[in-house]
Design a protein around this ligand. Structure first.
Ligand SMILES: C[S@@+](CC[C@H](N)C(=O)[O-])C[C@H]1O[C@@H](n2cnc3c(N)ncnc32)[C@H](O)[C@@H]1O
Length: 242
């Protein structure tokens, strides 16, 4: 279901221009330094949460919400919005989105059953009211018809998409023309300690690759927003219009 898609010639050219190499998860520019082996098992759980260790990873993900709040602000949620969260994890962003207005409709997808269970618990009331919907899926195959949403976000999930191109194409497909996408990632801080996720974040080159792909695929008004100290991490959020 999540296999790598073959990039089109145009997109392949954009990759070459930005010297994308395609290491971890296909979205990284160069071989990524790995966390110490002692922590590797836990770190892996942030990308593919499963079992009890995945449950712990989900609890750690939900401990801080300033990055999620920042993304929700960038989405500029309005009462009539239909918003998709790709890689929703434990559902913190979904909860913030649904709390912006009782008329907002929110959907979250994630390939991990453990995450979907945590997201369900966190959003139970809104799910029962039909305001939040969860589906098991990855970015490459979004289980929604064309133009289902007018806004979409992905917080700390793009690193794990098997194909950046497929994920962005799917975002484009499920968004209405003129819709807004916000894709937020943690940036690499080379000086961060070996146990700090920031040490393994995205490089400027990785970010440039994603921006170039968005342009190539026809997204417009592409901007990069930055926050230097969000829960001790440096975040970048790409905002783009379909
Ligand atoms: C670090 S967590 C972030 C979760 C949440 N967005 C947050 O910020 O707390 C990464 C999430 O991406 C999900 N993920 C992994 N592969 C994915 C894919 N191909 N498409 C969408 N999400 C994916 C994982 O299951 C995990 O829940």
């Amino acid at each position: 279901m999540y296999e790598e898609a073959r990039p089109s010639a145009k997109v392949e050219a954009a990759r070459r221009e930005t010297e994308i190499g395609g290491a971890e998860a296909g979205n990284r520019s160069a071989p990524v330094e790995q966390p110490p082996s002692l922590l590797r098992g836990l770190f892996d759980q942030f990308g593919q949460p499963s079992g009890w260790l995945g449950g712990i990873a989900g609890l750690l993900m939900s401990r801080t919400a300033n990055d999620d709040r920042w993304v929700v602000d960038l989405l500029d949620v309005q009462p009539t919005d239909r918003v998709l969260d790709v890689g929703c994890g434990p559902g913190v962003t979904l909860q913030l989105l649904a709390n912006r207005a009782s008329s907002v409709l929110v959907a979250g997808v994630d390939p991990s059953d453990v995450m979907l269970r945590q997201a369900t618990r966190r959003n139970r009331g809104a799910i029962q009211q039909g305001r939040v919907e969860l589906r098991r899926a990855g970015a490459g195959h979004l289980p929604f018809p064309d133009s289902s949403f007018n806004k979409a976000c992905a917080v700390h999930s793009m690193y794990f998409w098997p194909s950046l191109e497929e994920g962005l194409r799917e975002l484009q497909r499920v968004l209405t023309p003129g819709g807004r996408a916000v894709i937020a990632v943690r940036m690499r801080q080379a000086s961060a300690g070996r146990f700090d996720p920031s040490r393994y974040g995205m490089t400027e080159q990785d970010l440039g690759t994603a921006v170039a792909l968005l342009h190539t695929l026809g997204f417009g008004d592409v901007t990069v927003n930055r926050q230097a100290d969000l829960d001790r991490q440096t975040m970048a959020a790409i905002v783009a219009r379909t």
